[in-house]
Design a protein around this ligand. Structure first.
Ligand code: G3P
Length: 217
């Protein structure tokens, strides 16, 4: 499973990228606002750090404007993925932009049918939002599993990009049900390393070696 990092914070992207944890980056208007940066400038900087797909989201709501914005975003770098919302206009924009050879990430997906029509419109990635479904007491992971089955049934090549990933359990479940990609905030990716038994075991090892008085350096 590929790891995308869901942020527009340059320091976090660099740190995770240096560790080989970043196969791509996803941004959205809320993350751009949080960064306090200009959308075009920060997206260009991210693309200069990461070689994988970098999703940059359009802000228009009608298809023609989305297409125009998508073309402008795609000029930033070769690894730009144009992100469009899962609306009828968004699907029209997806079809045009993907036909031009641009990568398209169709976002704000909350149903299997939405994922099905995004694939038919030529989406490179579909972004189902797990956490926001969990928020309203619907199991977001069931949606990932349903989309996996539908795409496999018919051989759709659209990649399932599990989004709104909030917990380490989401990451495990995404890998188990076969999401192609998951995107998560830096803190979630870093917390994948944590385990209380690791901390406990390390403390015991360090205490024992200290008792011997030995040092390696
Ligand atoms: O990738 C989409 C993500 O940014 C949404 O996450 O936690 O705001 O639902 P969240």
């Amino acid at each position: 499973m590929k790891f995308f990092v869901d942020t527009a914070e340059i320091a976090d992207i660099k740190e995770l990228n240096d560790l080989g944890m970043v196969d791509g980056v996803t941004t959205n208007p809320s993350l751009i606002k949080k960064s306090g940066r200009d959308i075009l400038e920060v997206t260009k900087e991210i693309c200069s750090i990461v070689s994988g797909p970098v999703s940059a989201e359009v802000t228009a709501t009608d298809a023609d404007q989305m297409i125009a914005e998508g073309r402008k975003l795609a000029e930033i770098a070769e690894n730009i993925t144009v992100k469009v919302p899962l609306t009828w206009d968004g699907l029209q924009a997806c079809k045009v932009l993907s036909s031009e050879g641009k990568m398209v990430n169709v976002t704000l997906c909350f149903s299997a049918n939405q994922a099905l029509i995004a694939a038919k419109a030529g989406a490179t990635f579909i972004s189902p939002f797990i956490g926001r479904l969990d928020d309203i007491n619907i199991d977001g992971m069931d949606l990932i599993a349903d989309i996996r089955q539908i795409y496999d049934n018919y051989g759709f090549e659209t990649e399932i990009l599990a989004a709104s990933v909030r917990t380490v359990n989401h990451v495990t479940q995404c890998a188990l049900v076969g999401a192609d990609v998951m995107t998560a905030p830096p803190a979630v990716i870093k917390s994948l390393a944590n385990h209380p038994l690791t901390d406990k075991g390390l403390a015991a090892f360090l205490a024992d070696i200290e008792k011997t008085g030995q040092k390696i350096l």
